[in-house]
Design a protein around this ligand. Sequence first.
Ligand SMILES: NC(=O)c1ccc[n+]([C@@H]2O[C@H](COP(=O)([O-])OP(=O)(O)OC[C@H]3O[C@@H](n4cnc5c(N)ncnc54)[C@H](OP(=O)(O)O)[C@@H]3O)[C@@H](O)[C@H]2O)c1
Length: 324
Amino acid sequence: MVHAIRFHQPGGPEVLKWEEIEVGEPGPGQVRLKHTAVGLNFIDIYHRSGLYPAPTPCIPGLEGAGVIEAVGEGVTSFTPGDRVAYAGGPLGAYSEARLMPADRLVPLPSWIDDKQAAAMMLQGMTAQFLLRSCYAVQPGETILVHAAAGGVGLILCQWARKLGVTVIGTVGSDEKAALAAENGCTHPIVYTRENFVERVKEITEGAGVPVVYDSVGKDTFMNSLDCLRPRGLMVLFGQSSGSVPPLDLGILAGKGSLYVTRPTLFVYTAKRDDLMTSAADLFDVVHSGEVKIKVRQTFPLKDAAEAHRALESRATKGSSILLP
Ligand SMILES: NC(=O)c1ccc[n+]([C@@H]2O[C@H](COP(=O)([O-])OP(=O)(O)OC[C@H]3O[C@@H](n4cnc5c(N)ncnc54)[C@H](OP(=O)(O)O)[C@@H]3O)[C@@H](O)[C@H]2O)c1
């Protein structure tokens, strides 16, 4: 038996319980993985709250790092003792140990430690697909990133700077503005007191930006459309403030023949080749030192409820992990 965080019905952070579970032996194509560090992500809150329905009892969590303890039939690419990390389904990362499909695992190079891996796989590969494939940014462009001091946000800022892109980034406080600026955001905007549409118009001299990366959702979506240049792309990739209501598509015509997409990492890394390419791209920028991954908050796994309270109250900055 090992311990895991589980919820039996969706709800607030208090539904997260520290319980004993049976992991069992790996089946065909699976490994048994002992977690050394687990990633904390906003999507874990969507699962816990019921916004994204999950079968119960549910062990949340989509990201972790650890050591393989046993391999099932047909697994040839990994052996017990290998260090690996993952980002994506199936749910179950908030545990001391778990079964995982071997084809979702990425081997860890020796220069990435387990805590750093758990902090960067999901948020880092998200930044990778957003900047390199969903909308492939070009040197010299100026883009808008919401929640620029968050987990995904700080990686987006650093990576965009490396690609020669100027980042305008919204943040919830002056402290977060300073952190975003240190990490490559040229124009931080404290959107809790400044009008970000007006500021983007000023900074771009009325032109607007070619792309907005918006993970805040309800509170920013409509105004974000007004920051785009004609034929610009609105990338809605999350909803930390709440879901965006249904959109009258005619609005996109009136605001300049705009495009909207609602992408997920899980589709962009569904094929093993895409997963490995994305991870390799992330490892390259981290190894070069151009994107630095710092673990800014650490919580014991058994205190996951406290971690969720911190994340959903906007008290965290950058990436956070849970330690089993
Ligand atoms: N589509 C995908 O594949 C994918 C993958 C990874 C993440 N995401 C999304 O990306 C976003 C960021 O994820 P993350 O894990 O890195 O979290 P995060 O950005 O570290 O935390 C969320 C941030 O959103 C901002 N925010 C604005 N209004 C908020 C509100 N009402 N309540 C809570 N937060 C609010 C806060 O920053 P300020 O205080 O600066 O406003 C907060 O720190 C999430 O929406 C997540 O779902 C999507």
